[in-house]
Design a protein around this ligand. Sequence first.
Ligand SMILES: NC(=O)c1ccc[n+]([C@@H]2O[C@H](COP(=O)([O-])OP(=O)(O)OC[C@H]3O[C@@H](n4cnc5c(N)ncnc54)[C@H](OP(=O)(O)O)[C@@H]3O)[C@@H](O)[C@H]2O)c1
Length: 238
Amino acid sequence: MYVVTGGGTGIGRAVALSLHHRGEAVLVAGRRRAPLDDVVARTGGAVTAVSCDLATPDGARTLAAQVAGRVDGLVHCAGGNPAIGTPEAATLDAEADLLRDTLDSNLTSAALAVSALSGHLAAGSAIVLFGSIAAEHGVGFYGPAKAAVSSYALGLAAALGPRGIRVNCISPGYIADTEFFAGTMTPEREEELRAATTLGRTGVPDDVVGLTEFLLSSRAQHVTGQNLHVDGGSHPTR
Ligand SMILES: NC(=O)c1ccc[n+]([C@@H]2O[C@H](COP(=O)([O-])OP(=O)(O)OC[C@H]3O[C@@H](n4cnc5c(N)ncnc54)[C@H](OP(=O)(O)O)[C@@H]3O)[C@@H](O)[C@H]2O)c1
């Protein structure tokens, strides 16, 4: 089976539905019940769902309790930027809370989800974590948190490689049609981000699905420890 965290919305939802259409068993996880239930309903109940806060050990245990047997792939889309749509931190306490929330949402959730499911992963299983182009630009606390996720993926690939488990990180650029920006995206900013791509187009969740499925598949059996960008060329690498 495949576990897709953050599978109720955006990129995770697109990955979960695509895996389902390929005939795979899929479990989606997120905190809010409603978006998860919508995915379950769209698949006639074939996709199962669990509501849990993966930034907490209890949430990770709740996820693991829904899993029986082998996990072929973990796609950890859960994450986000808690600073979006909230007032700027005005005190040291508020700043510390925001920093912890940002790390918890992205790095802690990845580490706890992986550890909770570790016993279900076996040779041939693959993990895909999500970084961001923000890691390259240093956006507030979110960029550093995503840099930490891609660094964590490298160490995890080394640790799990001897078990035949591959770990890669996908770092998207701006992807529209997600809940990431919590309704704050303006047409002007969207146009700036589109213009910053080499391809002159705005990414959508389906643009991330192909690479995710490739990294999960045996066709990527010699690909691990990589941080791959899906950003229309807005952050070229060599
Ligand atoms: N959209 C972009 O432009 C963009 C660019 C670069 C990177 N990314 C990254 O791509 C990944 C997918 O995001 P998206 O763009 O698809 O945005 P999204 O629609 O906001 O999806 C994020 C999902 O994560 C879930 N989630 C957040 N915190 C969680 C937690 N503690 N426990 C369990 N689930 C949690 C959310 O559901 P609940 O709120 O219900 O928990 C939501 O379904 C994220 O890691 C994001 O940082 C996005």
